[in-house]
Design a protein around this ligand. Structure first.
Ligand code: PTJ
Length: 267
């Protein structure tokens, strides 16, 4: 099937182009079928958020960068959607924070592991953990294939970044004493609720913002960064994210038409 050409003049061009990237990833064996469904759910929450990086997300991004810069073994866990959407940003962030990159899939297959690793290598990754026999360790209390991890990566990590996660592993990683940073547009998801820091934002905006923030903060004092990380209250930040969505919907409801709000832009 031919790829749909999206006109840049289409009012929803940016969103449609992201979809095309995922469809291409699906055709290349990178994205799982369920990854397309997951994206649809994300899009719905992005609508509620106003499709922008909020001040609330920026607060979480700062805390996440502080964690990645002050832990000894930070690991970025990669699934199909993350690889298809932000492979280059993943590599940049890993370099900035001295983090390792590990493939970790819910719908695991040897073919998908290899396809994702290849995409990351083409984006500049020198090392990709978790592929094939390398994912020989298991994390307890996880029923899915996500339990298979690399002994050089997630198993010994003290911080794990999990973009677009599906739930129970975040809880298990926390129980193992690790800090978990989630990127999830749904503030109500189990992952969002269990993570140490949840960035409620679209991965396509959050990853470049996180990389930029890490580049800025890495020159700073480590003690201050540790304070920044430990003073972050995820529960409070998530409540604020939900309140922001609520406030935005209330303002739209008061005006009666969403398009008017869009034309007036920011709320
Ligand atoms: O590649 P695999 O095999 O590891 O599978 C990956 C998916 C995403 C299919 C798997 O992890 C899954 O089923 O995830 P869920 O349970 O559907 O959760 C995905 C979460 O990511 C949901 O809460 C979505 O709202 C959110 N989400 C979807 N797209 C984005 C997003 N969050 C941020 N940015 C997005 N672009």
């Amino acid at each position: 099937m031919k790829q749909t050409k999206i006109s840049p003049r289409h009012p929803r061009a940016a969103s449609l182009m992201i979809r095309e990237k995922l469809i291409e990833g699906f055709r290349n064996g990178v994205v799982a079928t369920a990854g397309l469904l997951a994206h649809g759910r994300g899009e719905a929450f992005d609508y509620l958020l106003g499709e922008k990086t909020t001040s609330n997300a920026l607060k979480a991004i700062k805390a996440a960068a502080a964690i990645l810069l002050t832990t000894k073994h930070p690991v970025i866990s990669i699934n199909g959607n993350a690889a298809a959407l932000v492979a280059k940003d993943i590599v940049k962030l890993a370099k900035e924070c001295n983090a390792r990159i590990e493939v970790n899939l819910f719908h695991r297959s040897p073919e998908r592991e290899v396809a994702i690793a290849k995409l990351l290598q083409e984006a500049g990754a020198k090392e990709v953990l978790g592929v094939g026999e390398a994912s020989s360790a298991r994390i307890p209390e996880v029923a899915s294939e996500r339990r298979r991890v690399d002994p050089k990566g997630i198993l010994i990590a003290d911080a794990v970044l999990v973009p677009l996660e599906d739930g129970d592993r975040t809880q298990a990683l926390r129980k193992m004493g690790k800090s978990v940073i989630a990127i999830d547009l749904n503030p109500l998801s189990r992952t969002a609720q269990f993570a140490t820091v949840t960035i409620v934002d679209n991965i396509v905006r959050a990853m470049p913002a996180l990389t930029k923030t890490a580049a800025k903060l890495r020159k700073g004092d480590k003690g201050n960064l540790r304070k920044l990380a430990s003073s972050f209250d995820n529960k409070q930040n998530l409540s604020e994210a939900i309140r922001m969505m609520n406030k935005r919907l209330a303002a739209i409801a008061a005006k009666g038409t969403y398009l008017t709000i869009l034309e007036e832009s920011e709320i």
